[in-house]
Design a protein around this ligand. Sequence first.
Ligand code: SAH
Length: 463
Amino acid sequence: MCLTIPGKIKSIEKGVARVENGGRSVTIDLGLCLGAKVGDWVLYATDRAVKQISETDAKEIISLLEDHYHTVDVSKLPLQFKKILFKVRSREKVESRKLKVKSGGKEHDLTKAEIEYLLSLKGGENLETLYAEANSLRKEMIEDFVCIHGIIEFSNYCRNNCLYCGIRADNKELKRYRMSKEEIIETAVRAVEDEGYKLIVLQSGEDMSYTDEMLLEIVREIKKRVKVFIFLSVGERPSQFYKKALRAGATGSLIRFETSNPKLYEKLRPKHKLADRLALIREQIGQGYYVATGNMVGLPDQTISDIAEDLMTIKSLGVPMISSGPFIPSKGTPLANHQSPITNNQLSSNNQFSNDQINGEWKTGNEKSIEMFLKYISIARLMMPEIKIPVTTALETLDPENGRHRGLLAGANALMFNLTPEKYCKDYSIYDNKYREREKVWQKYGLFKGEESWEMLEERLML
Ligand code: SAH
């Protein structure tokens, strides 16, 4: 679902208002807010007001997308960085001349060496510049519209034994749950009807006790009862299943390739092959799914070169959306005490955390993992200006206070909210201390019922 932007009404004439949002001034139809007066704040989508809100709420929403970057003296940046920025900016010029064609000529693509260079950037000024560049590209290409996905994690049973994943079959510490068909449908319907969600992700471990037919029925029934886009994230099933699910009403698929390094992939996902995963991803793209794919950043033995390859893989697949996140060690897995070579990330369930447990709030202070992932988001934005990049829960877990804000300001433009019923939530522990939404401002003010947002989505999903 796409969010609206708050704006303050400056003048009104015959149901048409001039609103201001930061430096921007636009004309909108007062649509659903005919009672609004000059000086009031409204949320608007494209060119239509959809809801009147208080000034405090408007400012709260604005602050999430607001940046506080200081101007950077580009002349002081390292030469190679300057060259890359020049290249990115000249591609933008080419693209805007061609009226936003998907990508400039190949000569404007970042090379692997350049991607590696950016992934290795250090130092405040350099990083600020990288994030700011990506953020301004986001603003230019897609403005401040943010897309919201609601995720229902309906089962934590899994037949696989991925070394990194907390819900792996061999994790005996985990309390397992399965939501019934009715419960899944009801959760989805409630999210749409009561909260205004328009895009829902159904995710689970690879749990074959839900037959293909059961999943199809769930999709069909939700689509029958409410108007919503359904994304599946249920792992590897026969391509016939995915074909049928599309017919049943599914729109998208969240399916990561996890790492583009085949050796690392096979080590982390026993009995699985990268080539098979990529073949399934390509098949889904061919079938017409809106596919989101990506990797984990900070895996054991993963190198900067691997991450650069991951980004290039996403670009070459040509998907409209990324699904990536920082790796977070999970207890009950062989990687519980893992230390990443590139982020020195050692987040585990051992005692080291007890000091970080402040008022039940989990603070890792693991700035390196966060930084690496923010760089990853920014580079993805520079390489693929129009791609949708969600701030995934894993980043919010590493920085519960500001992860979401920092992700958006590094070039991300979508958010994931958890819709899993409270009683199951803690057991869907893919990794430790998984973030769960506390402040509800977006739910309260961003979500609304109205056709505008639906149309924007339809356009975005290329239906
Ligand atoms: N069964 C589905 C969904 C998997 S869970 C599938 O196979 O696609 C969703 C994602 O969580 C995985 O794709 C993986 O990238 C991520 N994940 C698993 N363990 C993780 C960890 N320890 N840290 C960060 N992300 C993790």
